[in-house]
Design a protein around this ligand. Structure first.
Ligand code: CP
Length: 304
């Protein structure tokens, strides 16, 4: 694929190949590029993990990075995203990695026939976070060797979460039983197509995967924010020691991070034996190498 925008656009075989490729990179696979390849990472929203692990993946693949930061670019003078991409293309950039607050920022870019450089979605608003989904699939498959029949609970601020949206759809398609929990008012009925809402204390003992979400203060309206203090949220929906103790022996805990410690999860549990939170971040480098390798391969830029 020339662009990587939404993991749910991939066929089952493309997804399988991508996972296999990610594991191969984790096992030390290296590739050779046919010529110097240039990229720019445009993060219009803040990021630690996605930005730095795309950068790490690019360095490991031998891709050369053009240093551009939206907050100090001509975007601040009103230049459009389309014109920014055409500018980068004109100076020789082969692909861009973009995080943007707008859902589906990429739709109009794909429609524009004058934009030919590769587009990689590093998260769009509350839309999709496809590279997070791939690293999450790697982490789940490592533990269970399958997705079929797994009970996966996505818990927290569902409505505003691109991680919830990407993961619920792909995990449902791969045969997992998807459940949702957290504040009922933060559960959007759109998600009912992919799984069922269950109260947290009824749900936790059934789960193979506990996928916690960050309370996204930057996307919540004032009313939503006033609904809970951090202490109340933690008490009603957070993973604390008593809830940890009812989990199955081989259950795993995931969180895309950044973590609000003592809100979604007790601080003492972030690195508990069942937690895969830092493993997810480690897998993220290799998931992103696989994604970029697929984009570059489709452009004929990787030696066979
Ligand atoms: N998980 C995730 O997307 O983290 P960042 O916002 O730090 O990239």
């Amino acid at each position: 694929f020339a662009n990587f925008l939404n993991i749910n656009d991939l066929s089952d075989s493309e997804l399988h190949e991508l996972l296999t490729s990610a594991y191969a990179f984790r096992d030390g696979k290296q590739v050779t590029l046919k010529r110097p390849v240039y990229t720019a990472n445009l993060f219009f929203e803040n990021s630690t993990r996605t930005h730095s692990s795309f950068q790490m993946a690019e360095q490991r693949l031998g891709v050369k990075l053009i240093d551009i930061n939206p907050s100090t670019s001509s975007v601040t003078k009103g230049e459009s995203l389309g014109d920014t991409l055409k500018t980068l293309q004109a100076i020789g950039v082969d692909f861009v990695v973009i995080r943007h607050r707008l859902n589906n920022w990429y739709g109009p870019m794909v429609e524009d026939k004058n934009i030919e450089l590769g587009l990689v979605n590093a998260g769009d608003g509350s839309g999709q976070h496809p590279s997070q989904s791939l690293l999450d699939l790697m982490t789940i498959h490592d533990q269970f060797k399958t997705f079929t029949g797994l009970n996966i609970g996505i818990i927290g601020d569902i409505a505003h979460s691109r991680v919830a949206r990407s993961n619920a759809e792909i995990l449902n398609r791969l045969g997992a039983n998807v459940f949702f929990s957290g504040p009922k008012e933060w559960f959007n009925e759109d998600f009912a197509a992919f799984g069922t809402y269950v109260e947290i204390d009824e749900l936790l003992p059934k789960l193979d995967v506990v996928m916690l979400l960050r309370v996204q203060t930057e996307r919540l309206q004032e009313d939503d924010l006033n609904a809970f203090t951090a202490v109340e949220y933690h008490q009603q929906y957070g993973l604390n020691k008593a809830r940890y103790d009812v989990l199955k022996d081989n259950a795993i805990i995931m969180h895309p991070a950044p973590v609000n410690r003592d809100v979604e999860i007790s601080s003492e549990l972030v690195e508990a034996p069942k937690s895969k939170i830092f493993t997810q971040m480690h897998n993220g480098v290799f998931a992103r190498m696989a994604i970029l390798n697929a984009v570059l391969t489709s452009k004929g830029l990787v030696e066979e």
